[in-house]
Design a protein. Structure first.
Lengths: 858, 148
């Protein structure tokens, strides 16, 4: 109890990004527990990543955005805004009580500014002082998760939306409305979009991008009124040029204002343009009151970005434990936004430095615009603007104020080979800030790498770099690469080669066995990593039945038994159902087999049927019946093509423009059995409505009036990713040719267990490079790739049919070598919802009061 | 018979190392495989594919028997102690450094075939059994020698 009296009370108002950072910084510095911390927060949820707010519309949920770290030493009171500061009594007042303080930190952020537009508010006009005048229904701002939830809910069933404000925030909001399926317009008073960040030429390029996304910009006009329909619903906007813009929903994104109302009422000095006036230690005129983040006016200037706010948080945390830190000023202009279009502006983007020089680069074909602002001797980088391709952004931004990391045009030209930026990071001085959100320098990152960080997650955890906007992550990767730490390509302890290198060795030397490969090019006897990888390479190179000779010992148990092992040691069986099309007769056979062998059945996401619970000795019997009925292996067990899913297409669907089922079946039959570094999935949709979800596949195809659009590199799973458009309106022949080459090139060059998305990402030059290889034959490889695919297609035979035909092969399908007729006694089932499931002690059935069917089917 | 040739070829390397490297601690009650060991024939030696296992029922126990690339034999418990399923014989056989290994087919933890010790999770072991080749037949001794 002794220390208690010495403890001082610290009250923090606001639990936004900066408030949260401040509390963390203070707690980590206040090792003696000098401060007793209370945080009073207006919002009902703890701090979250406002910078990534829009990710909410990409399906990132509130939990993922959360910045909250539980800390027993901090009392966090949510939904309890401070109403008043009583400076003489040294306490703050909320609706629920009063809190005394020895130090008070204001971190109240900003509020969205809503211009006095006729009809925007519920009642009279805007309350000049109040930050959040009540807006009429259908009119929203874009600042909090609650705002976004409200927008999403209101947008349901509505068709159009308009955003007032064409700046950074406005375009983000516009993109959000677009993602919600609304026809979207943007009204901007300035003659170009993002007037603060980009110049005229950049704005023009941006406009083309935005228009292409289907967003209609109305530039150089103001909104004069918001009008209602007779039924009270929103009707539209009256524009200053006399125009009329009908809309169902309005988002106002016309700028922000610091939330200084508490300070104002308490008589604290404010900045000229608002904000709590503080000195360079972030202390206000009242020595017990500090202000940080967007609500603070440091020496009169407010900052609308998170990085300067974080710097202020560190300053005050330091001061409260007796330090003397001061706010160093901020790199004001660094910014990067994604809204389908990449736009970056940094440093002195507008060339305001006297005597500065511009280097610009415009490519109407790829629609890239870039500008660098250089010092008068063209030696120092002052700033710049990038639209369309921002790969150079992290390097450039980190170079501001220092020497150019390379010749300007090489830096600006779209990263065809990527070397420009790679060289850039090496050339950066150690003091350059790589992550500006968190103020992490190159030196700090290199230090972390030396201390043992070997990957991006590791760097994030030990330095915080990359944890906010994420734009510096490519630089982190490059730093790791340049430092050569983690990037040993060795497959495992038995081979120093990457999978790609092994593939080439096997191909060029004509090696056909693992033993020879490991004896000549590796060491030891292999393991569960290299053996299946080599088996897959041998199989991809067309070396016959996967279970012949030595190959058998390389296979993972799934490939060994041509089935998928399950948690209890039983296997599941998946017959191929090409394109998801199946006759009633075949469906009945599957049902009969499942019934007779007491298998649990489930429809898979790939439009086929998975039969679970087969013991090894049952597999040949099951397959005998399936093969006799015309089924063949579905390769669900292999790193191979799984399914080509399809929608019903033009045959039945009234919207369909091509025969998606026909194409899906043809593709599935063409690529069945093709062994690859990882599983491969595909889908074909019969029109742009995309019912087959083709864009979440490794290669997805969407029918167009003129042919097929091909998308490459999508996947679901742990890190979902949309496939990117590779070719448009392709004929079926072109399509098949490109997919052939794509698959063969992937098989040849990808790493072990690298899905196509990661593979494309890792290719120098990405999708463009791939296009050059596949379409323009830039590596002179196409003939070889085509021949390899022709070999595969010609040599295909069903692995299960082959197995059943060969008594030698069938021998391995026994539970016990010395008791072939004894089933494994450890495998037992219980019944759940009328089907057998593994009887495992730790499996808890979900019971929602559903009736349970009793009795094991016999 | 050609079969015999195969047996004998592999055979020379077999018997000795598989016996010379018993697993972990031997039980107090004397050398198993000595007096109280019961030897059960499991299968003809050629039935074992190199670097692949088979499961056998030995005295009511499920045992995984392996033949490594150099012809040596190893036998361990068939139960994967981490997953609780009887699957070890279906794992991939290989090496880690000098150690002959098998990886669980379920979650890929790697075990030392000689001692039954899990090389990835300290403290986890599988039982080991003595195994030999006699008259072309692979035989396994119960009770296990270690790791139980
Ligand atoms: C959509 C969007 C995109 C953005 N993108 C970027 C970007 O790419 N890069 C960048 O640097 N910045 C970006 N920003 C700005 C960035 O989010 C802010 O700079 C940052 O959140 C400021 O942190 P703060 O703690 O000062 O304010 P906030 O995060 O706004 O937190 C202030 C908190 O205080 C609470 N509060 C206010 N008054 C009271 C009271 N009286 N009592 C209790 N609590 C109170 C508020 O409810 C709020 O929760 C973006 C902002 C938005 C909205
Ligand atoms: S994608 Fe088009 S063609 Fe296919 S089912 Fe959907 S609407 Fe019909
Ligand atoms: S620059 Fe934003 S997270 Fe690093």
């Amino acid at each position: 109890m002794t220390g208690y009296a010495e403890r001082q009370r610290l009250v923090v108002v606001g639990n936004g990004m900066v408030g949260q950072r401040f509390v963390e910084a203070l707690r980590s510095r206040d090792t003696e527990g000098r401060w007793q911390v209370t945080v009073l927060a207006e919002e009902g949820r703890p701090a979250y990543d406002r910078v990534r707010l829009s990710a909410f519309f990409d399906g990132v949920d509130a939990d993922e955005l959360s910045l909250h770290r539980p800390d027993d030493g901090v009392e966090l009171r949510l939904g309890e805004p401070v109403l008043e500061i009583d400076r003489t009594g040294r306490r703050v007042v909320t609706g629920d009580g009063e809190y005394s303080y020895d130090a008070l930190v204001l971190a109240t952020g900003s509020y969205p500014f809503v211009p006095p537009i006729d009809g925007a508010y519920v009642a009279e006009g805007p309350d000049a002082l109040g930050p959040t005048p009540a807006l009429r229904s259908g009119v929203f701002v874009y600042r909090t998760l609650d705002d976004l939830t409200a927008i999403r809910d209101f947008a349901k069933g509505r068709r159009s939306g308009a955003v007032i404000g064409g700046g950074l925030l406005g375009l983000e909001a516009a993109n959000a409305l677009r993602l919600l399926g609304l026809t979207t317009s943007v009204v901007e008073f300035a003659p170009r979009l993002m007037p603060v960040q980009v110049d005229e030429a950049g704005g023009a390029m941006l406009r083309r991008y935005v228009e292409e996304l289907g967003v209609v910009p109305h530039l150089g006009v103001a909104t004069t009124a918001i009008r209602s329909r007779p039924d009270g619903e929103l009707a539209g906007l009256t524009l200053s040029d006399g125009g009329w813009l009908p809309t169902d929903l309005v988002v106002v994104a016309a700028g922000i204002r610091p939330r200084d109302e508490l300070a104002r009422a308490a008589g604290l000095e404010l900045g000229e343009r608002g904000g709590v006036r503080v000195d360079e230690s972030c202390r206000s005129a009242d020595e017990r009151i500090w202000a940080i983040g967007e609500c603070a006016a440091v020496d009169g200037t407010c900052y609308g970005l998170v990085a300067p706010g974080y710097a202020m948080a560190e300053v005050v945390a330091d001061r409260l434990v007796g330090g003397t830190a001061t706010f160093p000023g901020a790199d004001l202009s660094t910014k990067l936004k994604l809204l389908g279009v990449d736009v970056a502006s940094f440093g002195d983007a507008h060339g305001r430095t006297p005597g500065c020089l511009d280097v610009t680069f415009t490519d109407p074909a790829t629609r890239v615009y870039a500008k660098l602002v250089l010092s008068d001797d063209a030696k120092t980088l002052l700033g710049g603007v990038l639209v369309g391709d921002v790969t150079a952004y992290p390097t450039l931004r980190a170079s501001v104020g220092g020497a150019l990391p390379g010749p300007p045009l090489a830096l600006l030209a779209p990263a065809g080979d990527g070397t420009g930026t790679g060289a850039g990071i090496a050339a950066l001085p150690g003091s350059a800030q790589v992550c500006s959100c968190n103020g992490v320098t190159k030196d700090q990152l290199v230090g972390a790498i030396v201390e043992g960080c070997t990957d991006v997650p590791g760097l994030k955890a030990c330095t915080r770099a990359g944890t906010s906007c994420g734009s510096c992550v490519p630089m982190l990767k490059q730093l790791l690469a340049v430092s050569g730490v983690s990037l040993s390509k060795a497959l495992c302890e038995h081979f120093d080669h990457s999978r790609q290198e092994l593939f080439e060795i096997v191909r060029v030397r004509g090696i056909r066995t693992f033993s020879r490969l490991v004896a000549e090019h590796g060491r030891g006897r292999g393991c569960d990593i290299c053996k299946p990888a080599v088996a897959s390479i041998l199989a991809s190179l067309g070396n016959g039945y996967v279970l012949d000779g030595e190959q058998a010992s390389l296979q993972d148990t799934n490939d060994h038994f041509l089935a998928n092992i399950q948690r209890d040691g039983t296997y599941s069986v998946v017959p191929r159902i090409p394109g998801g099309e199946i006759t009633p007769e075949k469906l009945i056979v599957i049902g009969e087999v499942a019934r007779d062998f007491q298998l649990y059945t489930k429809i898979t996401g790939g439009q086929r049927i998975d039969l679970f619970g087969a013991r090894v000795e049952q597999l040949p019997q099951i397959w005998r019946r399936l093969v006799d009925a015309g089924f063949e292996s579905g390769h669900a067990y292999g790193k191979a093509l799984r399914t080509v899913k399809s929608c019903v297409g033009s045959t039945w669907c009234r919207y369909g423009v091509q025969d998606s089922v026909g194409l899906a079946i043809a593709l599935e039959l063409r690529y069945r059995g093709l062994r690859a570094p990882h599983k491969l999935k595909s889908a074909v949709s019969g029109c742009a409505r995309e019912c087959a979800e083709a864009r979440s596949k490794d290669f997805g195809i969407i029918a167009t009036e003129g042919g097929w659009n091909l998308y490459l590199g999508g996947n679901g799973g742990f890190r979902p990713r949309h496939a990117e458009l590779f070719g448009q309106d392709l004929s079926t022949e072109e399509l098949v040719r490109y997919v052939d080459r794509f698959l063969m090139f992937y098989i040849r060059t990808a790493d072990r267990l690298q899905r196509t998305a990661a593979w494309i990402e890792a290719l120098e030059g990405g999708l463009e490079h791939l296009r050059a290889v596949i379409v323009d034959d830039s590596l002179g490889l196409c003939a070889e790739l085509d021949a390899a695919m022709a070999r595969h297609v010609g040599a295909y035979s069903d692995e299960w049919r082959d197995t059943l035909a060969d008594p030698e092969r069938l021998r391995r399908f026994t539970s016990f070598v010395n008791a072939p007729d004894v089933p494994d006694p450890s495998i037992t089932f219980e019944v759940e919802r009328g089907q057998p499931v593994p009887a495992l002690g730790d499996r808890r059935p979900v019971t929602l009061g559903l009736p349970t069917t009793m009795g094991v089917p016999s | 018979m050609t079969l015999d040739a195969t047996i004998n070829e592999g055979f020379a390397d077999v018997a000795e190392p598989s016996r010379a490297e018993p697993g972990g601690a031997e039980p107090d009650g004397g050398e198993p495989g000595g007096d109280d060991a019961r030897w059960t024939a499991v299968c003809p030696y050629p039935r074992l594919e190199p670097e692949r296992g088979v499961a056998a029922l030995v005295d009511g126990a499920q045992v995984a028997v392996f033949r490594t690339h150099d012809g040596r034999l190893f036998a361990i418990g068939q139960r994967d102690p981490i997953a609780g399923a009887y699957v070890m014989a279906r794992g991939i056989v290989g090496s880690r450094g000098e150690i002959p290994t098998v990886a669980s087919p379920l979650h890929k933890q790697v075990y030392d075939l000689r001692t039954g010790d899990c090389l990835d999770v300290p403290g986890v072991t599988v039982p080991t059994y003595r195994v030999r080749c006699r008259d072309g037949l692979v035989e396994v001794a119960t009770p296990p020698t270690g790791g139980s």
